[in-house]
Design a protein around this ligand. Structure first.
Ligand SMILES: Nc1nc2c(ncn2[C@@H]2O[C@H](COP(=O)(O)OP(=O)(O)OP(=O)(O)O)[C@@H](O)[C@H]2O)c(=O)[nH]1
Ligand SMILES: [Mg+2]
Length: 353
């Protein structure tokens, strides 16, 4: 059994967290699992680094969506399968809509019979599930709806944040609205539901359905076109003995959140990952300007030398985003007396020339 699964879902739904948790769980229970992080910028993704820091077998495919680079994806899958990996998961950049057609059907056309596709997995977080089930129709709900139409498996993630009866109501509403999919309640954080999800991926098969995606390509492209992708990597040398890496990441995230909010911009997801040479690391996430900064992992020890990676998808013109983030890094790093050197920066306006 050698399966490949796409893990789709909206920005910040928890795709990377689910892939990491599932890969680890699968390794302890069933066999060898591996993961691929896919994004549009150059190499050195925060998601990939996070997977390595958590000791997962992981690779990254950068610079292009796996929708459009089948030979690269096929090469990675063959390598993993030759190494004895039985389940390989990959996420998808942007909104993910169309990935079923482009990745599963596209790969089957290019390499007939070569790969066994696991059920197409879509991860959704409770606030977006609520928007979809109980909210008004709008651009956001159209995108979420189309994502779920593609699903063979829907994983309602972050269930640790909900009371049990609330989870049950959402599962029931999603099952009714998307009868083609099996709907599961999971938590990448606590591990809830990973047993059922693992077995569903291991034993199930992709339906290879052709869903009638209602949202027009043009409208989707316009939505995507309002986004900018930002990738920054720098090294920071600490000058004082009492440097607190967790406070530094929090201050940085808070500064950027406030600046974006003041400018009337939005940030579906921005990741702040920093690690020291001994493998200790801290992570902060911004999941919208109106939500508080989350710190899912904290440094355990003081550190003197840091590598920092910031990745963001923001609803903001690229030049403005660049200026705003640059200023935040400069001001907060000065406050914490860090000597910092940028070694890679990319800012891509998806709708800009
Ligand atoms: N409470 C809780 N938080 C979670 C869970 N899964 C993920 N998160 C948090 O949700 C945020 C986003 O998670 P990611 O895994 O980075 O989401 P993603 O879908 O990969 O995001 P993009 O790569 O931007 O598309 C992070 O702060 C995670 O720590 C969960 O099960 N419970
Ligand atoms: Mg991710």
């Amino acid at each position: 059994m050698k399966k490949f699964a796409v893990c789709s879902g909206f920005l910040g739904a928890g795709k990377t967290s689910v892939m990491i948790a599932l890969t680890k769980y699968y390794n302890t229970k069933y066999g060898k699992a591996a993961m691929i992080s896919n994004d549009l910028g150059g190499s050195g993704l925060a998601d990939h680094r996070l997977a390595l820091l958590q000791e997962c077998r992981a690779e990254e495919i950068t610079g292009e969506c796996i929708c459009f680079c089948h030979s690269v994806l096929a090469e990675y899958l063959r390598t993993f399968f030759d190494e004895g990996y039985e389940l390989v998961l990959s996420d998808i950049p942007g909104f993910g809509v169309g990935a079923l057609e482009h990745v599963y059907h596209g790969m089957e056309l290019d390499y007939p019979g070569a790969f066994d596709f696991a059920p197409f997995l879509v991860v959704i977080e409770p606030s977006n599930a609520e928007l979809l089930v109980y909210g008004d129709s709008g651009d956001m709900t159209h995108i979420l709806h189309d994502q779920l139409l593609e699903a063979d498996l829907i994983a309602l993630n972050k269930c640790d944040l909900l009371p049990a009866e609330h989870t049950a109501a959402l599962i029931s509403a999603l099952s009714k609205a998307y009868p083609q999919a099996k709907v599961l309640a999971i938590s990448a954080l606590t591990g809830e539901g990973l047993d059922v999800l693992s077995l569903a991926l291991r034993d199930g098969h992709a339906s290879m359905q052709h869903p009638a995606i209602a949202y027009e390509e043009d409208a989707l492209q316009a939505e995507m076109g309002s986004l900018s992708e930002y990738y920054l990597q720098y090294r920071a040398i600490v000058c004082c003995d009492d440097f607190d890496g967790n406070a530094y990441l929090f201050s940085l995230a808070e500064h950027i959140r406030n600046s974006l909010s003041k400018a009337g911009r939005e940030v579906p997801h921005m990741k702040f990952l920093a690690w020291s040479p001994d493998g200790d690391y801290g992570k902060a996430d911004l999941l919208g300007v109106s939500r508080s900064v989350e710190q899912p992992h904290q440094f355990l020890r003081p550190c003197a030398d840091l590598a920092v990676t910031l990745n963001a998808t923001a609803v903001c013109p690229s030049a403005e985003l660049d200026t705003l983030i640059e200023r935040a890094v400069r001001e907060i790093s000065a406050q914490y007396q860090l000597d910092w050197t940028v070694f890679r920066k990319e800012c891509i306006g998806l709708g800009e020339e």
